[in-house]
Design a protein around this ligand. Sequence first.
Ligand code: 0WA
Length: 349
Amino acid sequence: NFSARGASACRGEGPGRRRTRRRHKKRRKWERRRGERERECSSIPEQESCPPAPIQAQNLKPVNYEYKEGHEYTVCSHIQNGAFGEVYCVKDNSTGFQCAAKRIPLDRFRSEEVSSWSALNSSRIVQLYGAVREDAFVTLFMELKKGGSLAQLIRESGRLPQDRALFYQEQVLEALEHLHSRRVLHRDVKADNVLLSQDGEKAFLCDFGHSEKLGLNGKSQVPPTGAGLQGTETHMAPEVVLGEGCSSQADVWSSCCMMLHMLNGCHPWTRYYTHPLCLKIANEPPPIKEIPATCNPCTADVIKMGLEKDPIKRALAAELRAKVKEALKQVGGLRSPLKGPYQEPANFE
Ligand SMILES: Oc1ccc(F)cc1Nc1nc(-c2ccncc2)cs1
C-alpha cells in the first residue's frame, strides 16, 4: 500500500515564505469560490438517512426472518467481483424473482455500504433491497439490471463512440450530483460499478462498498490510509494517492478516468506506466494526452475540467454534467447503436 507518509515525498515544497503566503491566499480564494459553487449546486436539502429498504416483500420472501442460500434462494450464476465480495445472480425459490447478491466476508463488511446506500433515493442509483447475515458472511441484495455493467459493454465493443460515452457520463454525473448533495462519497466510480438497462438507454451507479459519509465541511473523515478504503488505482485522484483529506471531487476525477476508459477501451495511465501508478498520478500531469484527437473540443473540455489535479479547481459534478450535456448536443446527441461494430482499443503508439 502506498503510505500517506511516503506520499509527502511527492509533494515538492518550494522555498520562499512570500510565495507560500501568496499560494495560501490563492487557495483561500479558491476555497471560498468553491464553497459558493457548491451552495449554488447542492439545492437538494439534507434528508435523514432512512433504514435499508426492506427486502421487497412481494418478490423476496424470507421465512421466519431467515433468507438463506439453498433454502429461500438459489444462486443462478456468478456475475463479477464487487468491492469486498463476489456478485451473483440469485433467484427467490418461492417467487422465482431474480436479483443480484453480493456475498461479503463478515470481517470485510463495511456498514457504510448499507448506511450510505440506503440514504440515497435517485433513479440513477440501483435500488438496494436489503442485507442478511449468513454465518460468516453478509449478503447484500440489489436490483438486477439486465443490461449488465458498462465495463462489460466496453469489453464487447472494444471502445465506445463519443456520443455514447457522453450519454453514460451524463447519467453517472447525475448520480454523483445526488450522492454529493447528501455528502456521500462513492470512492470507486468506474465502469464496473455502472449498470445498464437492457436497451442500454439507462445507466445506474452501484456498489457502495468503498463509500463514506463526508463531514459537514465536505471532507473525508476517514484516515486517508484507511485499510481497504482504496478504490481502483487507475481511477484514483491525486489527493487520494497523496493521502490528503479527499472530498466529493475525488469522484469527479474518477468519472473522467471512466470517460477515458469508455473512449479508449483501456484504463488511463496503463498504456504509459506500470503499477504502482500512485506516484505517477501524484507527480505527472493529468492524463489529458489520452483524450482521443478525434474528440469534439467540448468533449475534451469535459475531461480537462474533471482531471484538474487541484480538487478546488476541479469542476463539481453538477458543473461537469452541464458541460457534458453541451458536448452531447454538439456531437448531435446519442445516435450510435448500443452494440455497434467492434472498435479496437486505442494503442497510443
Ligand atoms: O455492492 C453490491 C451490493 C449488492 C449486489 F448485488 C452487487 C453489488 N455490487 C456490484 N454489482 C455489480 C453487478 C450487478 C449486476 N450485474 C452486473 C454487475 C457490479 S458491482
